[in-house]
Design a protein around this ligand. Structure first.
Ligand code: PLP
Length: 457
């Protein structure tokens, strides 16, 4: 892109005047705290701004540009579909949605086991999951099942239902009351676990607490449990071995639908096609977004096991799913998603993510010994580095310290993230989720930069 001809100052001025940025803090008297970086282009794992600075995007945008920037074949797939048929609502059929459904089925491990309802965002995909669950139980003769259990610290979206499912008070405060019927339990978090962090091994109380909550609420009132395979934005909390399987079993025993939020963990991020495939479970509902198109266009999907779908057949007036969105399953987005999955298959990106994740962990070496690093957690190319004031007491690092590390990385050309605005006092996890195409040299750069930024505290 010809950045020389961009009117950089003029654009910054317009941005300050007209654009309200996500999660931005506004100073009285001026629009933003400081003008945000204006990004103009990207290639592979790298982006550049209007000033000509290049950064390795260690967060793939918002954990989503899985195949990296600048993929012409994705632009071409969308362009060709836009020429042929730019739009038709999915009240009718179109070829890209059908082809994508088959491909997603294959990715989920049984092409005919699931059907897909397309939407535009992860939040909407989760809303679909909640509505499908309640109606499924109703049509299954168990209309009293309306509650959902999720975990503190997990994020499930910004709408009134998905935010209610979210276990992050700082994202909910001043917007409540949200949708009723959402209950929360402690997350699996070996490092700070309420049940076992002071014991030599995990005692799996975190999984049992889900069963206990369902029992105490009365199983016949509970519709579903929603969880990510690994809590991502809440601080990259990797569950202990056996946890996900236990939750699946608890759901089965109680007739509760097991809903897997794969919005971040899906599409190779954790080293498999979907995060839950590490644990050999088969969820009733899988929600997906972000990496489905590597974020080149908006698209999300709610995959529903065929047995659940079958319950929506019937002639009774309210038996069908009365939910539609205008843009959901846009043909160009579906065609692009199909090509995106093909790229991931051709380039073995899920497997590459596992390999490169191990490589990055190796490069980070003994960083865990640093006095301000409490724990390094990872699976594939999904990393959380928990910063502390003191390794002994595990007191979370101050926001200033976390901010310094993030700013230090940026000064050195690396974008990293954090679990910002989640739960009070615990926004101390620096996150990394680079594009799955990141090179070994790039990973060495990530590790070196992160180490330098932490060491300069
Ligand atoms: N679920 C998870 C796990 C997420 O991380 C997010 C967004 O970050 C969502 C759902 C909501 O997705 P969206 O921002 O596309 O609505």
């Amino acid at each position: 892109m010809d950045t020389e001809n961009l009117n950089t100052e003029g654009l910054a001025e317009k941005d300050g005047r007209y654009v309200w940025h996500a999660l931005s803090r506004l100073n009285p008297g001026s629009q933003q705290t400081s003008p945000p970086m204006m990004v103009v282009e990207g290639s592979g794992a790298w982006i550049s701004d209007t000033e000509g600075n290049r950064y390795l995007d260690g967060m793939s945008g918002l954990w989503c540009v899985n195949v990296g920037y600048g993929r012409e074949e994705l632009a071409r797939a969308a362009y060709e579909q836009l020429q042929k048929l730019p739009y038709y609502p999915l009240t009718m059929a179109h070829a890209p949605a059908a082809e994508l459904g088959e491909k997603l089925g294959e990715w989920l491990g049984g092409a005919d086991d699931y059907v897909f309802f397309y939407s535009n965002s992860g939040s909407e995909a989760n809303e679909v999951a909640f509505k499908v669950s309640r109606q499924y139980h109703e049509q299954n003769g168990e209309g009293g099942r309306w509650k959902f259990v999720s975990r503190y610290r997990a994020y499930h979206g910004n709408s009134f239902g998905s935010l209610a499912a979210t276990g992050q008070a700082q994202r909910k405060h001043r917007y409540e009351p949200l949708a009723p019927g959402f209950l929360h339990v402690a997350p699996p978090d070996r490092y700070r676990c309420a049940y076992c962090s002071d014991r030599p091994a995990c005692n799996m109380e975190c999984a049992r607490s889900i069963g206990r909550t369902i029992a105490w609420e009365l199983p016949e009132t509970v519709a579903g449990v929603i969880m990510e395979p690994i809590i991502t934005g809440g601080g990259v909390l990797v569950p202990p071995e056996g946890y996900v399987q236990s939750v699946a079993e608890i759901c089965r025993e109680n007739g509760v639908l097991f809903i897997m939020d794969e919005v971040i963990c899906g599409f190779g991020r954790t080293g498999k096609r979907f995060g839950h495939q590490h644990y050999g479970v088969r969820p009733d509902i899988v929600t997906m977004a972000k990496g489905i198109t590597s974020a080149y266009l908006p698209l999300s999907a709610t995959a529903v096991r065929r047995e659940v779908f079958e319950k929506f057949k019937g002639t009774e007036e309210y038996a069908h799913f009365r939910h539609v969105n205008t843009f959901g399953g846009n043909p160009a987005a579906c065609a692009l998603a199909l090509r995106n999955l093909q790229i991931m298959d051709d380039e073995n990106l899920p497997e590459r993510s596992a390999r490169m994740g191990d490589r990055l962990r190796q490069e980070l070496g003994a960083l865990e010994e640093h006095p301000n690093v409490g724990e390094i957690r990872y699976k594939g190319l999904l990393f959380g580095i928990e910063l502390v004031e003191d390794r002994e007491s595990r007191e979370p690092a101050t926001p200033e310290k976390v901010g310094k590390v993030i700013a230090g990385c940026k000064e050195r050309g690396l974008i990293v993230g954090k679990n910002g605005d989640t739960v009070a006092g615990f926004n101390n996890v620096v996150t990394l989720a680079p594009p799955l195409v990141v090179s070994e040299d790039d990973l060495a750069f990530v590790a070196r930069t992160l180490k330098e930024s932490i060491e300069s505290l």
